[in-house]
Design a protein around this ligand. Structure first.
Ligand code: FEO
Length: 398
């Protein structure tokens, strides 16, 4: 006998109807996705009304429709949009036709964004302010604004009676797995840290406030819009509390590029000098680096050192890109500097340091040599390692 297909139930009458995208390898044409991703959508079936919490990327519309059929949905009254980025909203364009009576529920900024980005019609919206509720009969949805995780309109939805918060991008992971819930905390932690580094880190200070707000809510499950559902909310909240804190670790991250081995030799020398002093070093050869791994390393590091040769007197384009990215992600690093090599003339220190406008680190004495490093260069790198040790000690990192 053929078994009737269904969708995973995460609470009574609440179903996971999202879509796994196992083989997606880039997000926003910017972020590598080594483990694919998911677009989570949840069907909340109340005694009187039914709501769909978030939708999916337009490319996966038909998979969502199939999942809704498997969940035996009769109709949808409300399409809740916690976040207007297209990976969660694009399918709304068709869903409002498939369910012609469904109203899109979002906040004022969400409505504005959906009208701008997807041309959704104004008369299909219900706008909810922070804290307002919506009754589904025996279930009540409550909406909380949590702006800038990841766009200005982001909000979360609480299913009050069932104690689930649907947090959209916040607490997500780009991790496609067959299981609905977290099964491997170590794997999920690593994936969540990469996701935090790439997407959430620029908004660290706002997330501090959001977590305070979240901790005033009565819930026992976090259902984000990417990756597995958290049955143990403390696991992900405690991880975030560590990442968003002002505390840094006794680590030095060295993104570098080397054209004729000179910079590589400097990086290798400095790496050994720092290790000898009890400091954890993470060198990243930018020619072969997964930029997500570099972003993860930036989450905790106390010090960033950019290694670059001079190209037409300026920094190598790969070093410029890594510096631009690091600055945009706004890690909490306290110190930074540049090491490098030039042939004729160099303006790369001024260029790289001038790019660190959002991190605002204390800039340590750079080490720039002409051509291949001599003893003088090695002494300067030893001195830099001593300075980093002293600075890390001042912060009581070791
Ligand atoms: Fe998963 Fe900001 O979209």
């Amino acid at each position: 006998m053929v078994k009737t297909m269904t969708m995973p139930k995460i609470k009574p009458n609440i179903y996971y109807v999202g879509v796994k995208h196992y083989d997606r390898r880039m997000f926003d044409d910017l972020i590598p996705l080594p483990d694919g991703t998911t677009y989570n959508a949840y069907l909340v079936v109340g005694s009187e009304k039914t709501a769909l919490i978030d939708a999916v990327d337009g490319a996966k519309l038909y998979a969502l429709i199939e999942n809704l059929a498997k969940a035996k949905v009769k109709t949808i009254d409300y399409l809740v949009s916690n976040h207007t980025e297209q990976d969660h909203s694009e399918a709304l364009v068709q869903l409002i036709d498939i369910y012609p009576k469904a109203m899109i529920v979002t906040n004022a900024k969400g409505k504005e964004n959906l009208m701008v980005h997807l041309h959704l019609p104004e008369d299909r919206f219900i706008v909810k302010d922070d804290g307002e509720t919506l009754s589904l009969g025996d279930k009540t949805l409550q909406f909380f604004n949590i702006p800038w995780v990841h766009w200005p309109e982001t909000m979360m939805t609480l299913a009050q009676e069932d104690k689930i918060i649907f947090t959209c991008d916040l607490f997500g992971t780009h991790l496609a797995q067959s299981e609905t819930f977290v099964v491997d905390e170590a794997k999920t932690f690593s994936s969540a840290k990469r996701y935090y580094a790439e997407i959430m880190m620029p908004f660290r200070k706002l997330i501090v406030k959001h977590i305070k707000k979240i901790e005033e809510i009565d819930f026992d499950m976090i259902a984000p819009s990417h990756g597995p559902v958290h049955q143990n909310p403390d696991f992900i909240i405690n991880a975030y509390k560590d990442w968003i804190s002002d505390d840094v670790k006794n680590e030095v991250v060295i993104p570098y590029v080397s054209m004729h081995h000179s910079v590589k030799e400097m990086v290798e020398y400095l790496t050994e000098a720092l290790i000898e002093r009890g400091i954890v070093v993470k060198p990243f050869n930018l020619t072969v680096t997964d930029i997500g791994e570099l972003a993860m390393a930036l989450v905790d590091t106390a010090t960033i050192i950019i290694g670059t040769p001079a190209v037409l007197t300026a920094a190598h384009p790969s070093a410029v890109y890594a510096t631009y990215l690091a600055n945009a992600l706004r890690p909490k690093a306290k110190f930074a500097t540049v090491i490098g090599s030039f042939g004729w003339k160099s303006q790369m220190v001024e260029q790289i340091v001038g790019m660190l406008t959002r991190i605002k680190p204390e800039v340590l004495e750079p080490v720039v040599v002409k051509g291949k490093m001599r003893d003088e260069g090695r002494k300067a790198l030893d001195k830099l390692a001593d300075t980093i040790l002293a600075k890390h000690r001042e912060l009581k990192l070791l």
